[in-house]
Design a protein around this ligand. Structure first.
Ligand SMILES: C[S@@+](CC[C@H](N)C(=O)[O-])C[C@H]1O[C@@H](n2cnc3c(N)ncnc32)[C@H](O)[C@@H]1O
Length: 387
């Protein structure tokens, strides 16, 4: 009886969700509206719906609940009633690695194709190892912190006391299990930032000089600016974004982190901004562009199911247009750093090719930051120098 109850709850959630808003936000509202669901019901419905979307479009011809059981088996190291009921033959194999489980499923269901977990294969950036990338969807990414080196030991101690499984990745980076309620354990963000590992690695491309003037032109809540500031605290900063709301969050974050000297503007970079910027000349520009976010779908697997491939060219047009509009405010021989959290060639290498062909920028280096190997987001970065 209990398994039928869980299945019904999963089916209701799946039927009510149409992919137009992030799944976590939808679930928050859904559970508020369905007060009869107890905490255990909510926990299971959440686990099932996330597992389900991690299967992407694989085995689409099979029954939905069988697909749920298969995906739940692939994604978890603990049994569920759905696995026990629908795949009793695999109960003993729940602790195997993802690769071993995929082999078992492929053996039993020959129509299972890993490439159908992520159906946008044709669009992938060249350097991405497809097999590793697809497999990563069955493993939940970690939560990463960037920490002031002098505070890291204290933070590790606090987290261990709260029985959090913390892993020290480097002298400035910690990995925690996703979903850790950090605000309750370490409320002040004075000494650390929540920032994905790959996002932290983008800092290697900034190379700021003392007293430089930089523009973080798609700053959102300021993750890259904070990284830049920690690399070179003397850097002067202009931050801008089209969304005023994001910049308000940024103010709050900067205040907590003690970053006081910066200028902020709401700017739409698809427009001509000469009136606001005519006398500005920067020593560096960070263009962390609006993108499909496909490198972060390990955290939002609903996109594997709902993303419409037509949107990719919309984003690449946006990216080239923004690059074209900001480059004139960069001094010659100074860097523009282009970043996406996308795995699509059209938003990465193709935009680089367009920039090199159409703008006075020379490519210095570019790289796919392969977060899929580290339980992190996958990103793309290119560094150009103005001619
Ligand atoms: C990938 S996010 C930036 C993330 C941020 N740099 C960080 O490290 O947290 C891209 C940002 O571009 C902004 N954006 C989108 N279209 C824009 C436009 N036309 N002009 C300016 N900013 C835009 C979005 O509001 C979004 O905040």
């Amino acid at each position: 009886m209990r398994v039928e109850h869980q299945i019904r709850a999963f089916e209701q959630v799946f039927k009510s969700y149409d992919g137009t808003q992030p799944l976590h936000r939808f679930l928050f509202t859904y559970f508020k509206q369905h007060k009869q669901m107890g905490s255990s019901d909510r926990r299971w419905a959440t686990r099932y719906i996330y597992s389900f979307f991690r299967l992407g479009k694989a085995l689409l011809k099979e029954d939905t609940i069988l697909r749920l059981a298969i995906s739940d088996f692939l994604c978890n190291q603990t049994l569920s009633l759905v696995i026990e009921t629908k795949l009793p033959q695999f109960k003993e194999q729940i602790n195997l690695s993802v690769q071993e489980k995929i082999a078992l499923i492929t053996d039993q269901y020959p129509s299972f194709k890993l490439s159908e977990v992520f159906i946008f294969n044709e669009n992938l950036s060249e350097d991405i190892e497809k097999q590793d990338f697809y497999e990563s969807f069955f493993i939940q990414p970690d939560l990463f912190l960037r920490v002031k080196p002098s505070y890291i030991n204290q933070l590790i101690k606090t987290l261990k006391e709260a029985e959090i499984a913390v892993e020290e990745i480097s002298k400035t980076t910690l990995a925690l299990p996703n979903g850790t309620k950090l605000e309750k354990i370490v409320p002040s963000q004075q000494y650390y930032q929540v920032q994905d590992l790959s996002s932290q690695k983008t800092g290697d491309f900034f190379e700021p000089q003392t007293w430089d003037y930089w523009w973080d032109c798609c700053a959102a809540s300021g993750g890259k600016s904070l990284l830049l500031h920690d690399l070179e605290p003397s850097v002067q900063l202009l931050v801008s974004d089209v969304r005023e709301n994001s910049l308000n969050n940024l103010e709050e974050r900067f205040r907590e982190a003690g970053l006081k000297k910066y200028q902020k503007k709401v700017l739409d970079l698809l427009q001509n901004n000469d009136q606001d910027l005519h006398h500005y000349e920067f020593d560096g520009i960070i263009l962390d562009a609006p993108c499909s976010g496909s490198g972060t779908w390990g955290r939002t697997p609903e996109m594997l199911y709902y993303f419409d491939a037509h949107k990719i060219s919309y984003f690449s047009k946006l990216q080239t247009a923004i690059a074209g509009n900001v480059v004139k405010y960069l001094k010659t021989e100074k860097p523009l750093v282009y970043i996406t959290c996308s795995v699509f060639k059209q938003e990465n290498e193709d935009v680089v090719a367009w920039i090199v062909e159409n703008l006075p920028l020379q490519l210095e280096k570019m790289e796919v930051i392969k977060g899929y190997k580290d339980k992190a987001d996958t990103m793309f970065i290119a560094r150009f120098i103005k001619k």
